[in-house]
Design a protein around this ligand. Structure first.
Ligand code: NAD
Length: 497
C-alpha cells in the first residue's frame, strides 16, 4: 500500500500531464477531423483535459497501419520468446508507473485510489505478464494420421484485432484483451470508453518503450459510438473483442454480419445471484460478502452480486446483518486512501442509478439502507450504497442491470426455488453460493447457468481461470489460456509422405 495521503494525491493530480490524443503507428496525434471532447472527472466535476474524438477517418488510418505492421511480420512472426520478453518489459513498465496510472484511473472514472493502486494496476500488469510468460510454453498439435501422412494442427494470429472496452475497469479490461491479443502476435486497435480513455491512451507509449513495435498497439478514443462502429463495420478488421453492455454487444454482432463476418467475442452484462442458505457456515462472513459484492467499485461491476437471494428461515436475522456490514462502505473522496466507495462514473450513470432507486420504491420494494445522492457540494457524482428488501424477481431492480450500488433482497423457501430464481434472468455471468453442505454446493453450482460460481465467498478470480458469461452475458472468455482461442485461427496442414 501507498504511504501517500489525500493531499499528496491532490498535489500530484494538479501536476499530472493529461494526454488525450489518439495513438497511431507509435505516435500521438489529433483526430483527423481535429474534433475533441472534454474529459470530466466524476470526483469533482472538473475538466481534466480534452480527448481526441476519432471517427471513421482515424479508424481507416489505424486499420491500415495495423494491417501493414501485421503483414510485415515484425511482431506477428517474431519468435514467441522475443514477444514474451517485450510483454514482460511492458508489464514491468505498468508496475513502474503504477502511481501515475492509478491516479489517472481514479480521476477519470471515480474509483477509490486504494483500489486503483492495489487492484486495477497490479491485475492489469499481471494480465500482460501472464500472457507473455505463457506464449513460449504453448505447443501445437500433430494429428493422428495414417503412417504415410503428417497432419499439423497449428495456431496463427488472426491479424487485426479491434478491442472495444468499457469504463468500469478501464485499464484492467484493456489488459485482459491486450495480454492474449499481443502475445499471440496480432496488431490491435484499442477503443477505450469515452468515459475513461486516459489510461488506455497512456499505456500505448509504455508499449513502445517496452519494445513492442510501432503500429502493433494503436488507440482510438472517441465520443459515442462513431469510431467503435467504424471499427466494427470495417472490412479489414479480423476480430472484434468487446466488453460492455449486452445492448451494444448485440449490435456488434449485427455489424459483423453486415460487413466481413469478423469474429466477434463479447463479454457483456450481468445480474448475478448471490444465494445464502440457512446452513451457511458463517453468516457474518456471508453478510460482509454480500455488502462487498454490491458496494465494491460503487457497484459498477459486471459480476456485482446485485440479487441477494436469502432463505426465508434466516431472512429476518440476516438482512440486518447485511445492513450493518454495508455501513463499512461509505462514499468519500476517491483520492483519500481511506475511501472505499468512490464516485459513479458520470452524471448520466448517477441519474440511471437514482432512476432505479425510484423504480424500487414505485414497484413496492422496501428501502432498508441508503437510497440517496450524497456529497453534492463536491461537484462529483456520489450515491449511497442501497438495499431494497421485499423484492420479487419480476421487479425492475431485480431484472435489469443497474450498474450501481443497489442491492435487491429476494427471499426463497428451498433449494429448488433458489435455483429457479437465480436462473430466471437473461444473464449468466456469475453467482455466489453460501452453504456448509458440500453436496448442495456442488448441486447448485452445477444448476446455476453462470460462467463463474463462488462458494462461501464472492468475486474471486485470477489469470489462471477463464472469465466470461453464459446466455446474454457473452460468448467468450477472458483470462487463462482459453482466452488465447479468441486471438488465433486454427490451421490444418496435411503432408503426403
Ligand atoms: P457500453 O456497452 O455502453 O460501452 C462499451 C464500449 O462500447 C464503450 O467503449 C463504448 O464507447 C462502445 N460503444 C457504444 N456503442 C457502440 C456502438 N454502437 N458500436 C461500437 N462501440 C460502441 O458499456 P459501458 O457502459 O461502457 O460498460 C458497462 C457494461 O459493461 C455493463 O453492462 C457491464 O456489465 C459490462 N461489463 C462486462 C464485463 C464482462 O467481463 N462480462 C466486464 C466489465 C463490464
Amino acid at each position: 500500500m501507498t504511504s501517500l495521503t489525500r493531499t499528496d494525491w491532490e498535489q500530484r493530480s494538479k501536476a499530472l500531464k493529461i494526454e488525450g490524443r489518439a495513438f497511431i503507428h507509435g505516435e500521438y496525434r489529433d483526430a483527423a477531423s481535429g474534433a475533441t471532447f472534454d474529459c470530466i472527472s466524476p470526483v469533482d466535476g472538473r475538466v481534466l483535459g480534452v480527448v481526441a474524438s476519432c471517427d471513421s477517418a482515424d479508424a481507416e488510418a489505424a486499420v491500415s497501419v495495423a494491417r501493414a505492421v501485421f503483414e510485415s511480420g515484425v511482431w506477428s512472426r517474431l519468435a514467441p520468446v522475443k514477444r514474451k520478453e517485450a510483454m514482460i518489459r511492458f508489464a514491468d513498465l505498468l508496475d513502474a508507473n503504477a502511481e501515475e496510472l492509478a491516479l489517472l484511473e481514479t480521476l477519470d472514472m471515480g474509483k477509490p485510489i486504494s483500489d486503483s493502486l492495489s487492484i486495477d494496476v497490479p491485475a492489469a500488469s499481471r494480465a500482460i505478464r501472464w500472457s507473455g510468460e505463457a506464449i513460449d510454453k504453448i505447443y501445437d498439435e500433430v494429428a493422428a494420421t495414417p503412417h504415410d501422412e503428417l497432419g499439423l494442427v497449428t495456431r496463427e494470429p488472426v491479424g487485426v484485432v479491434a478491442a472495444i472496452v468499457p469504463w468500469n475497469f478501464p485499464l484492467l479490461m484493456t489488459c485482459w484483451k491486450l495480454g492474449p491479443a499481443l502475445a499471440t502476435g496480432n496488431s490491435v486497435i484499442l477503443k477505450p470508453s469515452e468515459k475513461s480513455p486516459l489510461t488506455g491512451i497512456r499505456i500505448a507509449q509504455l508499449a513502445i518503450e517496452a519494445g513492442i513495435p510501432a503500429g502493433v498497439l494503436n488507440v482510438l478514443p472517441g465520443f459515442g459510438h462513431t469510431v467503435g462502429k467504424a471499427l466494427a463495420l470495417h472490412m479489414d478488421v479480423d476480430t472484434l473483442v468487446f466488453t460492455g453492455s449486452t445492448k451494444v454487444a448485440k449490435q456488434l454482432m449485427i455489424y459483423a454480419g453486415e460487413s466481413n463476418m469478423k469474429r466477434v467475442w463479447l463479454e457483456a452484462g450481468g445480474k448475478s445471484p448471490n444465494i445464502v442458505f440457512a446452513d451457511a457456515p458463517d453468516l457474518k462472513a456471508a453478510a460482509e460478502g454480500a455488502a462487498g459484492a454490491i458496494a465494491f467499485n460503487q457497484g459498477e461491476v459486471c459480476t456485482a452480486g446485485s440479487r441477494l437471494l436469502v432463505q426465508n428461515s434466516i431472512k429476518d436475522k440476516f438482512v440486518p446483518m447485511v445492513i450493518e456490514a454495508l455501513k463499512a462502505w461509505k462514499p468519500g473522496n476517491p483520492l483519500d486512501p481511506a475511501t472505499n466507495v468512490g464516485a459513479l462514473v458520470d452524471s448520466v450513470q448517477m441519474n440511471q442509478v437514482l432512476k432505479y432507486i425510484q423504480a424500487g420504491h414505485d414497484d413496492g420494494a422496501k428501502l432498508v439502507a441508503g437510497g440517496a445522492q450524497v456529497l453534492e457540494e463536491t461537484g462529483g457524482t456520489y450515491v449511497q450504497p442501497t438495499i431494497f428488501d421485499g423484492v420479487n424477481n419480476a421487479m425492475r431492480i431485480a431484472k435489469e442491470e443497474i450498474f450501481g450500488p443497489v442491492l435487491a433482497v429476494i427471499g426463497f423457501e428451498d433449494e429448488a426455488e433458489a435455483v429457479a430464481i437465480a436462473n430466471d434472468t437473461i444473464y449468466g455471468l456469475a453467482a455466489g453460493i453460501w452453504t456448509d453442505n458440500l453436496s448442495r454446493a456442488h448441486r447448485v453450482a452445477r444448476a446455476v447457468r453462470a460462467g463463474s460460481v463462488w462458494i462461501n465467498q464472492y468475486d474471486m478470480g485470477d489469470m489462471t481461470a477463464p472469465f466470461g458469461g453464459f446466455k446474454q452475458s457473452g460468448n467468450g472468455r477472458d483470462k487463462s489460456l482459453h482466452a488465447f482461442d479468441k486471438y488465433t485461427e486454427l490451421k490444418a496442414t496435411w503432408f503426403k509422405l
